[in-house]
Design a protein around this ligand. Structure first.
Ligand SMILES: *Cc1c(COP(=O)(O)O)cnc(C)c1O
Length: 491
């Protein structure tokens, strides 16, 4: 079995300043044929520097190599498998980039009048219609900039909804299997977060919600599939209990890539749901952006959505500000348009059958990994999972090898580690999300690396303890690296 990891060509790269040599330039200009002037005669003195700027003096090739090498240090899904659970680091088909790289879209000014932006408005409008169809929700606003931003907009709506009814509900129920942004978004809106424990099977028990639900609770906010990678099978029943006491149901929809074409959240009694367009609908989102966190709601909440939305009037697409109880603007201009554009291209290129296939394969790949790794690793919830599977280091820990060591050792085999130590409710968690875009060969190669590491943990635990061995930098002091970053590796 071949692994992508190797020791060859592992370049170091100094700061561009360290490459500097007096007199080197990146370009040669013709000799000046105008009279030379002193800077003081044309630039006010206070704007002139006293000392030389010490900018690096380098050739064109120096600059090219510097930035190309730096870019090669940056791991990306185009370079290899990226099983980072919860983040959905799947391959983004290049056609989605190509279609919307047209200047008419990329250089459209956000304040261009409606008449000049009909194509862009049509994209926003039609994307909204597709998302309604996919989710089964009643209405949608696409302006939030990311998943957590969509959650924030959603919780602002929950607040506004109860205020409009003269009710002062203070609490939000949040299962411990929900994503960490859920309690954060609730707290940002001034709600009190009440933690709900998950039952033994890793999903919510209706009895627990029945016990905790009362007229002081504004909503339940849950993630489905949850962060254990499991589908909340009782979600309808849970929703009925919450609704019976006048509460709302918020579902974090970041994991929609497990459900498309199979389940419509709108049919499960959900009142609010955000899409993570950058995850599910293919926008490269390493390094924290850009994102799209459109928010969908049930009928009773439509008038609270952020403005403006795009509507179709006759043949024309226009901005609409008429939502009676709107929470107002949630973003500058109209949101991250080019993320919407990619989502639109992705949905159009796959069609309904293709989207369903995405979810089927995402789920199949995670379950394949689960079946192949069983016996080698502890799988705390070893039942059919959705798009991600959670392992723990319980077995390896007996030999002193912990999740951190396994993650570091994976790098020697040429794999980006999965998400580790999340979800928090599984000690030593490894959260693997293969995504639907990976082939059986890639999965097998990753699985074999995982199995090899599990064997090493028994036969030669020292290997894992001191990993990584063949990366450019070895194991860092992570606390120190975060607090005192060394911005050059040249001594
Ligand atoms: C990624 C993620 C979020 C947060 O989304 P951002 O776009 O990073 O703000 C929320 N919930 C879940 C389940 C996620 O996976």
């Amino acid at each position: 079995m071949q692994f992508p990891g190797t020791t060859g060509f592992n370049f170091n790269e100094p700061l561009i300043f360290d490459r500097s040599k007096n007199g080197k330039t990146g370009c040669s200009l013709p000799e000046i044929d105008l009279p030379q002037v002193e800077p003081e005669s044309v630039i006010p003195k206070e704007l002139l520097r006293d000392k030389d700027s010490n900018l690096p003096e380098v050739s064109e090739l120096d600059v090219v190599r510097h930035y190309v090498r730096l870019s090669q240090w940056n791991y990306c899904v185009d370079a290899g498998f990226y099983p980072l659970g919860s983040c959905t680091m799947k391959y983004n088909p290049k056609v989605n980039e190509a279609i919307f790289s047209d200047k008419g879209f990329t250089e459209l000014h956000p304040l261009a009048p409606e008449d000049f932006s009909q194509g862009a408005l049509q994209v926003i409008y039609e994307l909204g219609e597709y998302l309604k169809e996919i989710s089964g929700m009643y209405d949608v606003a696409l302006s939030p900039f990311a998943g957590a931003h969509g959650e924030l907009a959603g919780m602002m709506i929950v607040k506004a909804y109860f205020q409009s009814r003269g009710e002062n509900r203070k609490k939000i129920l949040i299962p411990d299997s929900a994503h960490g942004t859920n309690p954060a978004s609730s707290a940002m809106c001034g709600f009190e977060v009440v933690k709900v424990g998950t039952a033994d099977g890793g999903i919510l028990a209706p009895e627990t919600i029945a016990r905790m639900m009362n007229e002081d609770v504004a909503a339940i906010m849950l993630t489905n599939p949850n962060t254990l990678g499991l589908f909340e099978k009782n979600i309808k029943e849970v929703g009925d209990i919450v609704h019976s006491k006048g509460g709302l149901v918020y579902c974090d929809g970041a994991n929609l890539n497990a459900l498309m074409g199979i389940v419509k959240p709108g049919n499960l009694g959900i009142n609010l749901l955000q899409f993570n367009l950058h995850k599910t609908f293919s926008t490269p989102h390493g390094g924290g952006g850009p994102g799209g966190g459109g928010l969908a709601v049930s009928r009773n909440l439509a008038e609270f959505l952020p403005v403006p939305s795009v509507i179709k009037k006759g043949k024309k697409y226009i901005f609409d500000y008429r939502r009676k109880k709107s929470i107002g603007r949630i973003s500058a201009f109209w949101g991250n348009f080019l993320v919407m554009a990619r989502a639109y291209a992705y949905i159009r290129s796959l069609g309904p059958d293709g989207l369903r296939r995405v979810s089927e394969l995402a789920v199949l790949n995670a379950n394949y990994a689960r079946a192949k790794l069983r016996g080698h690793y502890d799988i705390p919830y070893d039942t059919a999972c959705m798009h991600e599977v959670i392992l723990s280091d319980k077995k390896q820990k007996e030999k002193g090898i912990i999740t951190m060591d396994i993650a570091k050792r994976l790098m020697d085999y040429g794999f980006h580690p999965p998400t580790i130590y999340f979800p928090l409710i599984v000690p030593g968690a490894m959260m693997i999300e293969p995504t639907e875009t990976e082939s059986k060969q890639t999965l097998d190669s990753f699985i074999n690396a995982m199995i090899a590491i599990a064997k090493e943990a028994i036969e030669n635990p020292g290997l894992g303890k001191s990993a990584p061995h063949i990366t450019r930098l070895k194991r860092l002091d992570e606390t120190k690296a975060a607090r005192e970053p060394a911005l050059t590796c040249v001594k």
